[in-house]
Write a protein that binds this ligand. Structure first.
Ligand code: SF4
Length: 466
């Protein structure tokens, strides 16, 4: 083995030692680049005819930090250098002796957008033509059976009993199919399971080729329709910001026994999903407020135990008047806890924090000191929002604002609405008059898409030098 300690170009010590019994290539091809001897992986796999060398058996010498990586049926050696980064677990770039690291597939994109996969709509937008939203977030009701401390909808006139009527809802789903809307999230305003038409709307949407999803507190989820939902919905997210019954009572202002009821329902849904091989993704979402800081790790652990696909932690959306009273800088206090929670991730369970928005109070790719890194909201025709009373607006934070009211699906066909003039003049009004830094709530649904479209509209010089 080589025990020389070299300096890399950053001045860091670059230990090049590898196990003395690891077979080395006679003519190491990368020697010039890395100054290292390279393990001959072929020789490693097959030494002396039939004799197989098990790399994992190689003795790791003291002072070395080595990881064995299996790739394409071969085992290679990666040397780790814990001095490279303060977390102490990073691979040292360009100092490996086996296959390099593999970027893990991003299973979900909670902290970002997917508009680049809908370039056909962007092309229509750039030509100034009318086009259907890629996605619509919509309430199905305007009331709820819990009173969560973080709820944005409560500042927007929740009214018991108000919901989208079944006929109008199914007609609207048909229109979405005709228009080519690609997905609908029953998310926002009141609790969707309080509208009995939810289940048939989901089944119809699937028949028409529209993806659906739902965010629910889960307590009234009709288990008799579990198969329909798990078969036809793309994902179901449970709005749960607690990991135990005591936290549940505090944050959701609901009875402690409801926590057990919900946990049982989620467990059963996970079992049905697995047994019948349904593809519906099941996840938990915490809306982060100080009252649930002590619940973060408990819920990360609960999600693992329940066997759900993910646990995501997001910022709390406050109104532009700060009616909920969120101090975004306060989130930084528990950054280490959030990072700890992410360590619960496994191959089958993703725990992820929406860092771009959690860090809105400091700096993230989207925000700096609470201000957006774009000036104009272009995203509303791509991601539309509808209130749980059937009234259509460009975005959730503008519900009830007459100036931005587009129409009501009880009174007008959604197809005609999207093809009509009022719809487009409201979207134009948003781009022309809304000051996103002053008129808008932090962290709105269209944020990521807005930043992307802003960059498209405001290219730097020399774009051909990609
Ligand atoms: S940036 Fe403002 S107008 Fe645009 S979607 Fe967000 S809240 Fe609505």
């Amino acid at each position: 083995m080589s025990d020389s300690i070299l300096k890399n170009r950053f001045g860091e010590g670059a230990a090049t030692a590898i196990p003395s019994d690891a077979p080395l290539a006679e003519k190491p091809g990368h020697k010039l680049r890395t100054s290292n001897n390279i393990v001959d992986r072929k020789t490693l796999a097959e030494v002396g005819g039939d004799q197989q060398v098990d790399s994992k058996e190689l003795q790791v010498l003291s002072g070395q930090d080595i990881q064995f990586v299996e790739e394409a049926g071969q085992v290679g050696i990666i040397r780790l250098d814990r001095s490279w980064n303060k977390d102490g677990n990073a691979n040292c770039p360009n100092m490996f002796t086996g296959p390099t690291v593999r970027t893990e597939r991003e299973r979900f994109r909670f902290d970002g957008h997917k508009l680049m996969y809908h370039l056909d709509r962007i092309a229509l937008w750039e030509k100034g033509e009318k086009f259907a939203p890629v996605h619509i977030d919509m309430g199905l009701t305007k009331f709820c059976n819990t009173a969560c401390l973080y709820c944005y909808a409560v500042v927007q006139n929740m009214t018991q009993g108000v919901m989208i009527q079944r006929d109008a809802l199914l007609r609207y789903i048909e229109d979405c199919g005709k228009l080519g809307v690609r997905s609908i999230g029953f998310i926002g305003d009141g609790e969707p399971t309080l509208n009995p038409a939810l289940y048939d709307a989901t089944v119809l949407a699937r028949k028409l080729g529209i993806d659906t999803a739902m965010a629910t507190n889960g307590l009234l989820f009709d288990m008799d329709r579990a198969h329909d939902m798990l078969r036809d919905m793309t994902w179901i997210r449970f709005n749960l910001s607690a990991g135990d019954s005591e936290g549940f009572q505090r944050v959701h202002q609901s009875k402690g026994k409801n926590f057990d009821l919900l946990v049982e329902k989620i467990k059963t849904l996970v079992e049905i999903k697995k047994k019948h091989n349904y593809s519906c993704t099941l996840g938990l979402q915490m809306v982060l407020i100080p009252e649930c800081y002590d619940q973060v790790l408990k819920e990360a652990e609960l999600g693992a135990r329940l066997g759900v696909d993910y646990f995501v932690i997001k910022h709390c959306s406050d109104s532009e008047y700060k009616e909920i009273g969120i101090d975004y800088k306060d989130y930084l206090r528990i950054e280490d806890v959030l990072k700890e929670a992410e360590k619960f991730s496994t191959d089958n369970y993703v725990v992820q924090v929406k860092w771009d928005k959690i860090k809105a109070g400091t700096e993230s790719p989207l925000y700096k000191d609470g201000f957006r890194k774009y000036d104009v909201c272009y995203g509303t025709p791509f991601v539309l929002q509808m209130s749980g009373n059937g009234k259509v607006y460009p975005c959730g934070p503008f519900f009830n604002k007459e100036r931005f009211y587009i129409g009501d699906i009880h009174e007008q066909s959604f197809f005609d609405m999207v093809m009509g003039d009022r719809y487009w003049s409201v979207h134009r009004d948003v781009t022309m008059s809304v000051d996103v830094h002053k008129d808008c709530a932090i962290g709105c649904r269209q944020d990521y898409v807005n930043k992307f479209l802003w960059d498209l509209k405001n290219p730097p010089e020399h774009i051909n030098f990609v």
